[in-house]
Design a protein around this ligand. Structure first.
Ligand SMILES: [Zn+2]
Length: 603
């Protein structure tokens, strides 16, 4: 094998969760935290004005601490993801969360102090170096700071979050690690699959019987523990809603929209434009059902491969998948290709298909090392090549921002999914173009359109579910049965009733609903997908000239509103349907091709 399928974590901190270097790092951060706390509590804008040298020093130490925390957290979360039995890693993670919580308490104090700076004086501060470079973020933070309670109250909420809010988030992972899906092979032998393994097989196995068997066991496994998941979800949302209320926030969409630095008008326009354009997707789903010999698709058929004639599903051993990605990134951007090659050569990716790993995939940043790490379970399907490309897109995004101040690197979730989806599009288009036969072309085109169906329907269902759940949660606990009902209704609505079965316990099995970092971790995917579509269309028009423009856009993702980012780099207005329709039209073209070339296979 050319590339390592296990990531190298020893180069970050040698020795795993008992690493002495990591322990030393945590000790250093605790000392830095004490200094930071002292400096912040002594800071007085009147004395620091007009040059603000103390404030500059505070921001410098803030950057050091935030990089250190990310470095340590990525490392330890990585160990937990790769080996769910590593209890020591869990303990160290708790320690890091404690430091992070104290850090966040001090930052709140700092924010409150900036709120006390008079507007005129604040403008003066922002106009000076080194603050002018990070003025958007400083100003955004100060504006949000106006909602804050007293220092003591904010500190109290932060410290209670640790065993409250964050504790529930960790609890979810503990329950998930106990999920086992029984599976009977064709020869009668029985195995237990982890949630991650089952998910891979359930989505991509070409054998309908295998998919249906796992899906039945899958629903059963999550149902059996649904009271635990329902408790967890209710308490997470309850904590969030109470916290909002304490800060005078009654609209639960306010914070998610703020996180994403976008307006409700933009979000509404996006969904409305999608809703007007669902018929072609429904036609595609119906055609796919016919090709699979069914009247309607079931929930687990959506991602199933279409295998016509004697075409066999394409397998991409890891090395081949990696080389394919690098070669196709290169057609668009040599910088992206060199970067991906570097990631493969230096073992940044945990890809092995084995039990004991957490399900799903993610990319996390190591700002001190200037590197990233990618976690996934790679089972050699074209879908996983796309996932790998997706995560490499995230890593590339961090990479182009590596020299920016920490404050300007915090991009929102919606634009966070832009580089990843873009990378995925490059790869899925490449696979379609290089198809060796019509059967292969159909298979790959389906793979690509399926993603649009996911973005427009599956993700929309998550958004509808979460909105309705929060609405009901405001009035009290939402029972597990009701959660199932809400989920199934949202899925039926989003899929326009085009499926024969739905996934009522999806609210329990989908990690994103339990994400403590970001609420509504759904609409940003659809946003990022269509946003990338627009960028991708431009890149095809402009060829290699677009590379620098693309990188410039990515670099700005952490320091302006989404609407301004689109205006500056793409010259479009996101509150109007045109931009969205333009991206959707590209998808319609793919669907039209799919309908044309599959016509002769149905009777
Ligand atoms: Zn992503």
């Amino acid at each position: 094998m050319k590339y390592n399928i296990n990531w190298d974590m020893d180069s970050v901190f040698p020795g795993g969760s008992t690493s002495p270097q990591l322990q030393k790092k945590l000790d250093t951060m605790e000392k830095q935290l004490t200094t930071f706390s002292d400096n912040v509590s002594h800071w007085n804008w009147q004395q620091d004005s007009p040059t603000y040298t103390e404030f500059a020093a505070i921001l410098e130490l803030q950057e050091i601490l935030s990089f250190g925390l990310s470095e340590a957290a990525t490392f330890i979360r990585g160990l937990i993801s790769a080996d769910e039995t590593d209890k020591q890693a869990g303990a160290v993670y708790g320690k890091i969360m404690e430091i992070r919580s104290s850090f966040s308490t001090i930052l709140t104090i700092l924010t409150k102090k900036t709120v006390a700076v008079p507007n005129k004086e604040w403008k003066n501060l922002l106009s000076q170096a080194p603050f002018s470079e990070v003025r958007f973020v400083l100003d955004e933070d100060r504006t949000a700071g106006k909602d804050l309670l007293s220092e003591e109250e904010e500190a109290l909420i932060n410290s209670l979050s640790l065993d409250g809010f964050d504790g529930w988030g960790d609890h979810y992972n503990t329950i998930v690690s106990t999920i086992e899906i029984p599976f009977e092979e064709k020869d009668g032998s029985k195995t237990l699959l982890s949630a991650g393994q089952a998910q891979n097989k359930m989505g991509s196995d070409p054998d309908d019987a295998v998919r249906q068997q796992i899906f039945a066991e899958w629903e059963k496994a999550w149902s059996e523990k649904s009271s635990l998941f329902s408790d967890t979800l209710n308490h997470l949302a309850g904590f969030r809603l109470t916290n909002y209320k304490l800060h005078g926030v009654t609209d639960f969409m306010k914070r998610p929209l703020e996180y994403n630095r976008m307006t409700e008008a933009t979000l509404d326009t996006m969904w409305q434009t999608i809703n007007k354009n669902k018929q072609p997707i429904v036609d595609y789903l119906n055609r796919k059902a016919a090709l699979l010999g069914k009247e309607k698709l079931s929930w687990v058929d959506i991602e199933a491969p279409i295998l016509l004639g004697d075409y066999q599903p394409q397998r991409y051993p890891f090395d081949e998948g990696a080389d394919f990605i690098v070669a196709n990134f290169r057609k668009f951007s040599s910088k992206m290709a060199d970067f991906a090659q570097h990631a493969f050569d230096n073992s940044w990716i945990e890809a092995e298909n084995r039990s004991g790993k957490r399900p799903g995939g993610y990319c996390a940043n190591l700002p001190e090392s200037g590197e990233s790490r990618i976690f996934m379970t790679y089972a050699e399907s074209p879908n996983e090549v796309s996932t790998l490309a997706h995560e490499l897109g995230h890593a590339f995004h961090s990479h182009v921002m590596r020299d920016l101040p920490a404050l300007n690197r915090g991009y929102a979730m919606n634009v966070a999914e832009t580089a990843s989806t873009f990378a995925e599009l490059v790869i899925s288009d490449a696979t379609v173009q290089e198809a060796q036969s019509e059967e292969e072309r159909i298979n790959l085109l389906d793979n690509k359109i399926q993603r649009s169906a996911t973005m427009f329907m599956n993700i929309q269902a998550r958004f509808l579910f979460e909105s309705r759940f929060y609405e009901e949660r405001k009035k009290g606990i939402v029972t597990e049965n009701r959660l199932n009902e809400l989920m199934e209704a949202a899925q039926k609505e989003a899929f326009e009733d085009s499926l024969s079965s739905y996934h009522p316990t999806f609210w329990a099995s989908k990690l994103h609903f339990f994400n403590t970092g970001v609420p509504f971790y759904n609409f940003p995917y659809t946003f990022g997908y269509l946003f990338s579509m627009g960028i991708y269309a431009k890149s095809i028009e402009q060829g290699s000239d677009f590379e620098e423009q693309y990188i410039a856009l990515l670099k700005d993702t952490g320091s302006m509103t989404t609407e301004n980012l689109a205006l500056k780099h793409l010259n479009v207005d996101l509150t109007q349907p045109d931009f969205w329709q333009h991206g959707i039209n590209l998808i319609h073209q793919d669907i039209q091709t799919f309908m044309d070339i599959t016509q002769k296979y149905i009777n």
